[in-house]
Ligand binder design. Structure first.
Ligand SMILES: [Zn+2]
Length: 157
């Protein structure tokens, strides 16, 4: 790394340590020519994740937005915030591991529903109703029927 002071091309690293829970490294450097000291940071490059919406418009993926949707769906339900954070982190990880930067909003919706169904049925139905309202209301009713059948089965057991 070039010295910002005298522009000499070699610097030595005096100290190097992980920060931000290991997501970056901070290095203290010293110029081999003028002894000027400075700090550099090394961090993983994050490729932006783009969500393609139903109308074909695109927006950058936002964990906050996903969390808001999850929190709304789980209002007054016995679901810990931590569980929702885990869902969001898991989904994001899966999306990033695909290696493509574009993802359809539908796919995220399905991923959320798969996970919410295991956490809380009411939250699942709420999310599904909001998520699917522009698609087809009959799909939502089918979901409800499935859940009611589910409940009855539970009672009969
Ligand atoms: Zn220098």
């Amino acid at each position: 790394m070039r010295c910002p002071h005298c522009h000499y091309k070699n610097t030595k690293v005096l100290d190097s340590r992980p920060i931000e829970e290991g997501r970056s490294i901070r290095r203290r450097r010293e110029c081999e020519s003028c002894d000027f000291r400075f700090t550099t940071f090394e961090r993983i490059e994050e490729v932006p994740l783009i969500v393609v919406k139903k109308e074909g418009t695109r927006e950058e993926y936002s964990r906050d937005k996903l969390m808001r949707g999850l929190i709304r769906a789980c209002e007054k339900r016995p679901v810990a915030l931590e569980q929702l954070e885990n869902i969001a982190v898991e989904i994001e990880k899966e999306l990033r591991n695909r290696g493509t930067s574009e993802v359809k909003s539908d796919e995220i919706g399905e991923m959320v529903m798969d996970r919410l169904a295991n956490v809380d049925e009411v939250a699942y139905v709420r999310f599904a109703s909001v998520y699917r309202q522009f698609k087809d209301i009959s799909v939502f009713l089918d979901e409800l029927k499935d859940l009611i059948r589910h409940d009855n089965n539970d009672k009969n057991e």
